[in-house]
Write a protein that binds this ligand. Structure first.
Ligand code: ADP
Ligand code: MG
Length: 256
């Protein structure tokens, strides 16, 4: 019997900064087509985990695999090229770009014809540009912003700007999407809308999602699996229901 490899396998990852162990032999696996939440109190190591997965921080020891491909210690752009896209906790959209232009940024790594061909207006480059624009339109529809393609992204309400950021990551055609607090700072309405888009990314696009999120309500509704960190250690893991009733988790959150 052969089983599909996990989308992401994090094995015994330790990250040390001068005198401080931010992650201590943390392991978890992200199943294909699932939402995997990483939660824990402040300082638990959530952002460090996120930064290791995206290549911003290097693991002191341990490994990260995408399927059977090792990602450990690759540069962020290599990890993105291999199919792990991320969003940023704070918005990282260019200030004057339209929604379409912001989404198109996610297509750059997929551009084969390149700038020379497009500068010469070769037919291949034109065809490719059309293909990218088609995909940008589809993804704008997916995030519910197809009416706002020519609108300056920076002038949209905060919740929609965050959706553009998510759409930009989707434009990279990732296998795994890393979401850093995707609903933080949103209104209730924006939170509902974003949660529905995230569920759609999993259910319609089949993309695996790793989500660092503070809002326990959203984690419980959306996540298929949860890893709980505290002081850099994995203290619990399982389904949302299992984790919610775990005494170690209750204790960590109550600080008892
Ligand atoms: P969380 O996101 O769960 O709040 P972090 O991963 O940001 O936690 O931080 C975990 C620990 O690692 C904290 O004690 C934090 O101060 C420390 N830390 C994180 N990044 C760095 C860094 N670049 N240099 C030194 N210490 C860091
Ligand atoms: Mg953090």
């Amino acid at each position: 019997v052969t089983t599909a490899p996990a989308a992401l396998t994090v094995r015994d990852v330790t990250v040390r900064f001068a005198g401080l162990t931010a992650l201590d032999a943390v392991s978890f696996t992200v199943e294909p087509g699932s939402v995997h939440a990483v939660i824990g109190p402040n300082g638990a190591g959530k952002s460090t985990t996120f930064n290791v997965l995206s290549g911003v921080y290097r693991a002191t020891s341990g490994t990260v695999h995408l399927g059977s491909t090792e990602l450990t210690r690759l540069a962020p752009h290599r990890i993105a090229d291999l199919g792990v896209a991320r969003t940023f906790q704070n918005l990282a959209l260019p200030p004057h770009a339209t929604v379409a232009e912001s989404l198109m940024l996610g297509r750059h790594r997929l551009t084969r014809a390149g700038f020379v061909a497009s500068g010469l207006r070769l037919p291949s480059a034109t065809r490719e540009a059309h293909r990218h624009l088609e995909r940008v339109r589809e993804i704008a529809g997916f995030i519910g912003l197809d009416k706002e393609l020519d609108f300056p992204a920076g002038a949209l309400p905060y919740g929609k700007q965050k959706l553009v950021e998510l759409g930009r990551a989707l434009c990279m055609e990732p296998q795994v999407l890393l979401l850093d607090e995707p609903i933080a700072g949103m209104t209730a309405d924006e939170r509902r809308r974003t949660a529905a888009v995230v569920a759609g990314v999993r259910d319609s696009l089949g993309i695996s999602i790793v989500m660092v999120e503070h809002d326990m309500g959203v984690v419980m509704r959306l996540a298929d699996a949860v890893t709980v960190l505290d002081f850099g250690r994995r203290i619990a893991g399982g389904t949302p229901a299992e984790v919610q009733n775990d005494p170690a988790v209750v204790q960590a959150y109550l600080g008892a």
